[in-house]
Design a protein. Structure first.
Length: 160
């Protein structure tokens, strides 16, 4: 695996646009909350570290990853953020449910990026095990929430 024993969440703040003038949305799945809360913390910490103002960050919770698309769409229409981070965690089970949820969520977020001018960042872990999710939400592979926040800042700056 390319990411084995690598933390990919380190960024050079000097190369990131200042986020103080941008509004961000974060839509968080309540399913696998231990993972999604850690991802959200990574995203919030990175946004604030790069200059975002807490009052310009809107967080909404949705029941599961499948609902992230709808939550992000409603947030675009109501709050017009510069970028949204969609945070979820789907862990492989014994049925095909995993495949359907992962595919539908990825397609839905892709569709929002095609239909709207607001960037929606895909921060949905699709892991085989809980340990893999832990490793990617603040563990040995860093925090994908951090990486999503950096992508959100760059995409917000691209749009202005």
């Amino acid at each position: 695996m390319a990411t084995e024993n690598k933390n990919l969440s380190v960024y050079d703040k000097a190369t990131i646009p200042n986020a103080k003038d941008f509004r961000f949305g974060i839509v968080v799945s309540e399913w696998n909350s231990e993972i999604t809360e850690a991802l959200c913390k990574g995203a919030m910490d990175a946004l604030l570290d790069c200059g975002a103002v807490v009052e310009n960050i809107i967080r909404w919770d949705v029941p599961g990853s499948f609902e992230l698309t709808h939550g992000a769409k409603k947030m675009i229409k109501k709050h017009e953020p510069h970028a949204i981070i969609a945070i979820g965690s789907v862990i492989q089970g014994e049925t095909k449910h995993f495949d359907f949820v992962c595919n539908a969520t990825a397609e839905g977020i892709k569709d929002l990026n095609v239909l709207y001018d607001t960037a929606v960042i895909f921060c949905v872990l699709t892991d085989n095990t809980l340990q893999q999710a832990i490793d990617r939400s603040g563990g040995k592979h860093g925090n994908k929430g951090t990486e999503a926040a950096i992508a959100a800042i760059k995409m917000a700056a691209l749009g202005n």
